[in-house]
Design a protein around this ligand. Sequence first.
Ligand code: SF4
Length: 335
Amino acid sequence: MKKRVIVIGGGIAGMQTALRLAEQGVEPVLIEKEPELGGKLRGWHVLFPSFTPAQEVLTELRRRVNDSGIECRMSAEVCSVSPREVVLSGGERLACDAVVLASGFTLFDASIKEEYGYGIYDNVVTSADLERMFNEGRVAKADGSAPRRIAFLHCVGSRDEKVCQQHCSKVCCVTGVKQAIEMKRLFPESDVFNFYMDIRMFGPGYEEMYREAQQTYNIHFVRGRISEASPTLEGRVQIKAEDTLTGRPLRMSVDMLVLLIGMRANDDNEQLARGAGLERARSGFMKPRDLFLGNVCSNIGGIFYAGTISAPKNIGESLNEATAAADAAARYVMQ
Ligand code: SF4
């Protein structure tokens, strides 16, 4: 009898975990709450820093899952987990030998930051909206015209005690630089500004892309936080900020304000954690057993973590961690 490991979450981390488990001779069962695999990456356009289409990565992972004959349970909500059993919301009980949680993250709801007017004013969009617009080939102001001045605001819903999100979401700085370049490629005559607290370019090729944004695309980076946005009579968005390098207040009208929303922990982490006795970090993300020697292991034997369920990560990190989580789970069930 093959050992069976249930992988919860059919995004990139879940798919990679299942593939690696199958390679190790373990039977994976992939559970996804949406009707299709892919997770958040389904809504993404191109990936930093290579501008690789997200669809390329997704299509390949889905093809591999399909070719491996991995059992996928779609549109299935998980109600509770333990190392030997997963219960679905309809009451179905699935027996297993271990579980890998790969259910990812939730994007911050920008409307909570009322001062930016998301969902109220035209032409205030989020980074996720912009990815959708890129994918649909329909990047424009609400009236259909081309934006001539665009502002990106970093750290929306991250590093912000007021909304109980103290952590850095790690990938929104590089997303802001990538999207700013995409806007300049689409609208070469436009002026693009990025308002940031710190620029965090931690990955390979990220710093180079940041330099390219400034030197090749003439994108302006302003150290400061936008305190407020309001609509103008001409349908633009007026922003108030402070340039914290010069100490000067700043007022500017833009055609589009893009809010770089952060990653926050899934609300259902709490229920999963409570039911299984799992520990969570203060941020709400799951807490690995040991940050150095057990970062894909939970505090409960037989339950493992892959991807952004335990912290914000980029695509490459999520995939690598999924491989590590699958290996740890395979070792556990084979012992
Ligand atoms: S990655 Fe950048 S934009 Fe995102 S939370 Fe961290 S500092 Fe802010």
